[in-house]
Design a protein around this ligand. Structure first.
Ligand SMILES: *[C@@H]1O[C@H](CO)[C@@H](O)[C@H](O)[C@H]1NC(C)=O
Ligand SMILES: *[C@@H]1O[C@H](CO)[C@@H](O)[C@H](O)[C@H]1NC(C)=O
Ligand SMILES: *[C@@H]1O[C@H](CO)[C@@H](O)[C@H](O)[C@H]1NC(C)=O
Length: 275
């Protein structure tokens, strides 16, 4: 079978199964500034391109190898196939000119930040995860994400269960490296010692996520940056006065962003981190 060439379109069925071909090109670049989209991603998994669904990447030894679908086909992150547009779920797109964000496939620590309708891939500092409830990097106990658990155990023989961090009666099972959300039968809670639903009296479950109230960027009006932004490009710049905030400048327009309370901005990694 041939992949990545438009010429043989007529021979393709509705779905093109992506095969792992020998590596001809090893290019470690990713779609965002300084972010390796394959870091922490299992071998032989495909991840989407942030702004072009005709393209995608093969992750191999944490290196992103660029690929493209045959002409007229688009990458589907869920099924890991090139398919016709109507059937695909590639990656969310930025909506509107304000600030918003969404998680990037296959890991819990990468996300896409949208401003002025432009996506940029971001990676949380070590030990932090992206929280889609607050639009920013956060302590893992507050983030209900299981994608990182599934990718490390990309073995169909071993069923992996993961407790939800948002609800005691919710858990995930990993299928083909992707977490599938499950609910316990009414009245039961997930017991992480036995990997099964159990009576609440047998289960130690604490939901940390509900204990804070942080307004997501997308639900607050953007605050202009109080500095002069560089006229071109995307830049993450330390705040003039605060350690726990920073500016995001995009082609001359700038906004002020806050870290999760307790974190500080680190200009070297352009992200918030543990102090
Ligand atoms: C998306 O990628 C395809 C395949 O590489 C390319 O032909 C097309 O021009 C790209 N589209 C945009 C908008 O860059
Ligand atoms: C689990 O419960 C939630 C909330 O009640 C519901 O929105 C969701 O659809 C349920 N999921 C499944 C797989 O049944
Ligand atoms: C189960 O959850 C508790 C409380 O969140 C945690 O302390 C413990 O390490 C977990 N145990 C396993 C086996 O995951």
């Amino acid at each position: 079978m041939k992949t990545s060439e438009g010429r043989d379109l007529i021979l393709y069925p509705a779905v093109v199964h992506l095969r792992v071909l020998p590596l001809l090109v090893l290019i470690g670049i990713a779609a965002g500034a300084d972010v390796n989209i394959c870091e922490n991603v299992a071998n032989n998994l495909f991840v989407p391109h942030v702004s072009n669904c005709s393209e995608y990447y093969l992750c191999m030894e944490e290196v992103a190898v660029p690929r493209s679908c045959p002409n007229g086909y688009f990458f589907d992150a869920r099924t890991q196939e090139c398919a016709e547009l109507m059937e695909t779920e590639c990656i969310q797109s930025c909506k509107g000119r304000g600030l918003s964000s969404f998680g990037y496939a296959r890991t819990c620590d990468k996300y896409v930040l949208c401003f002025d309708n432009t996506p940029v891939i971001r990676q949380c500092a070590e030990d932090l995860q992206y929280n889609d409830q607050t639009d920013r990097c956060d302590y893992p106990q507050y983030v209900d994400c299981a994608e990182n658990l599934c990718i490390r155990q990309n073995n169909p023989q071993a069923i992996v269960y993961a407790a939800s961090k948002a609800r005691c009666d919710k858990y995930y099972i990993c299928m083909d490296g992707l977490p599938i959300a499950q609910n316990c039968t009414s009245g039961l809670q997930f017991n992480n010692k036995t990997d099964s639903c159990d009576y609440p009296s047998n289960v130690e479950c604490e939901v940390e996520t509900l204990k804070r109230n942080i307004l997501p960027f997308a639900r607050a009006p953007p605050r202009r940056a109080t500095i002069d932004c560089p006229a071109e490009g995307a830049h993450f710049i330390a705040h003039e006065k605060r350690q726990d905030a920073y500016y995001y400048c995009l082609n001359g327009r700038g906004v002020t962003l806050d870290c999760t309370p307790g974190l500080v901005f680190d200009a070297q990694i352009s992200e918030c981190r543990l102090p």
